[in-house]
Design a binder for this molecule. Structure first.
Ligand code: VG1
Ligand code: CO
Length: 542
């Protein structure tokens, strides 16, 4: 048996998980003891790990393999009986959730900074997911953080690295390391939810699509599922090879960063359907030919059409969305007579609702959609659900969404991000907004119904989360929401979410930036964005 080393250490400030785990520059994670301290803090915060099984994998970004070797040796030293690792260290976030659940493990460690760039000078990240498969709730992330601030030692064994590329079981000290195919279990789950025959027939009949894996983790998943199992034309998957630096790109599936896909979906000869996923495979962007579907609308359309898919044929129990997400899904829930839930930003808040059977579909405006099949948002799942709907309805993406708006009205929506602003200026801007009392005031012709800082009481476990975003809600249900990002690693990112309900189909064709122009101006004035940050325009508009 390999010797367990107990290493003395001291705390690092700031090992506080954000919206989705701990994210820092690679150089920060690569410091001696930094990763080790955090991993030991996780192991110390989740109960007795002796004899348990842990799942480990990541999005393949730079530092992934190094970090996995460290985690394996620490898991062995801490008494885990077995670790399941995706081959090559690869495991998409939804696939990790799938495997954690399927094999009834003691949770997993996912290495990802999601949509943030990768490479030696870029970002790395780590998070713990609980045995139910979802991101650790705040009570656990707070415990991990508290532990990290008091840590004095960590345990690791001295052993050779495990070959992460060879499938099968290896021994590491007293612990078994099982290197498994990261795609197989996930692909089987997708086959159980969607009508693969109908999708295959649609491809055969001429449906054309492009999927942009952005050189991130979904490449192998998309190739296997779309091209091999569903028979989509070879070349359907673009940028399908995972690279440690994502080919120098930003693996964020939006109109700005997925520009190759957007270009491919533009013009008369373009394919019928386009989709992209992010670094760790949990986000999705949906496009039709010359048509962009906002994530909020995507959730609403999928909910309205869910019974076309075998896995959801019995109907939905409820729909949950994050607070800044548009209310479009709520309108579908109302029509279906099922509950609509509004949670803070971050997938960890959906877990209790899904576990309790109160919701079936969930979504966030930030290109995240998912269901109770796992406990993470799931990019390829959303793409397959769209394919299932397209195959069954035989209409274009544009036709389906336009018909949806005609039936429900349109929640015109946009998000403006101001990235990399000064942290102090950002905090002061938020404090300024928090101090405003706007009720009954008229701003640019809109009367404020109420303004607050969103607080959430989990309906299942009663836990309370405060300061989840400033809301300014107007009497006609238009809204402006302000939040600071909890996933960035440089300065602060201010997110401004703008929404207005438009019942009139004649006005649905308008560009959201035009339709929302008044509210956008009100938001900028109210937050004094230019005066406080020096920015006249957002960095990214989605
Ligand atoms: C962002 C999104 C949020 C999402 C989170 C993690 O958080 O807004 O909706 O859940 O990223 O997604 P923030 O705090 O930067 O706004 V991922 O794909 O990074 O796991
Ligand atoms: Co992600």
């Amino acid at each position: 048996m390999a010797a367990v080393k107990t290493v003395a250490t001291t705390p690092f400030a700031g090992q506080k998980p954000g919206t989705s785990g701990l994210r820092k520059k690679v150089a920060v994670f690569a410091q001696p003891h930094y990763l080790e301290n955090f991993v030991q803090s996780v192991f110390d915060s989740i109960g007795d790990v002796t004899g348990k099984t842990l799942v480990v994998g990541g999005d393949g970004r730079y530092h992934n393999r190094t970090a996995i070797q460290t985690i394996l040796k620490m898991a062995a030293a801490n008494g885990f009986a077995r670790v399941m690792v995706g081959q090559g260290g690869i495991l998409s976030t939804p696939a990790a959730s799938c495997v954690i659940r399927k094999y009834r493990t003691f949770g997993g460690i996912i290495l990802s900074a999601s949509h943030n760039p990768g490479g030696p000078a870029e970002d790395f990240g780590i998070k713990y997911n609980i045995p139910a498969g979802g991101p650790a709730p705040e009570a656990i992330t707070e415990a991990i953080y508290a532990r990290s601030q008091a840590i004095t030692l960590y345990r690791i064994i001295e052993a050779d690295n495990v070959d992460l590329d060879r499938l099968g079981t290896a021994q590491l000290g007293d612990m078994a390391v099982e290197v498994f195919d990261p795609v197989a279990d996930y692909a089987a789950l997708m086959e159980s939810l969607f009508d693969f025959d109908a999708i295959r027939a649609a491809f055969k009949a001429g449906l054309r699509m492009k999927f942009d894996a952005m050189h991130a983790v979904t490449g192998p998943y998309a190739l296997e599922i779309l091209e091999r199992r569903l028979g989509a034309a070879p070349g359907t998957v673009m940028h399908g090879v995972p690279l440690e630096d994502f080919g120098g790109g930003h693996p964020d599936p939006n109109l700005v960063h997925a520009h190759d896909l957007v270009a491919a979906l533009t013009g008369a000869g373009a394919p019928d359907f386009g989709a992209a996923s992010d670094g760790d495979g949990d986000r999705n962007m949906i496009l039709g030919r010359d048509f962009y579907v906002t994530p909020s609308d995507s959730l609403a359309v999928l909910a309205a059409n869910a019974t076309l898919c075998p896995g959801y044929a019995k109907g939905l129990k409820g729909i949950a969305r994050s607070m800044p997400t548009s209310a479009a899904p709520d309108r579908v829930a109302a029509k279906l007579g099922i509950p609509a839930w509004e949670t803070p930003t971050g997938w960890k808040f959906f877990g209790t609702l899904l576990d309790a059977g109160l919701a079936t579909l969930c979504g966030e405006e930030s290109f995240g959609t998912g269901s109770d099949h796992v406990r993470e948002k799931d990019g390829l799942w959303a793409v397959l659900m769209w394919l299932n709907v397209l195959a069954k309805r035989g209409q274009s993406v544009a036709a389906i969404v336009t018909a949806h708006w005609a039936e429900y009205g349109r929640n015109v929506y946009s998000r403006h991000d101001y990235e990399g602003i000064d942290t102090k200026a950002a905090d002061q801007l938020m404090a300024h907004l928090r101090g405003l009392d706007l009720k009954g005031k008229s701003l640019g012709g809109y009367t404020v119904a109420f303004n607050d800082d969103f607080a959430y009481t989990d309906p299942v476990d009663g836990s309370v989360s405060t300061k989840q975003g400033i809301r300014v809600v107007f009497e006609d249900d238009s809204r402006i929401v302000f939040r600071l990002s909890g996933t960035g690693t440089e300065g602060a990112t201010l997110r401004v979410y703008i929404e207005r309900y438009e019942p009139d189909p004649a006005k649905h064709v308008l560009d959201p930036q035009v339709a929302l122009a008044d509210l956008i101006r009100i938001a900028r004035d109210l937050a004094e964005i230019e005066a406080r940050t020096g920015r006249t325009e957002p960095t990214v508009i989605t």
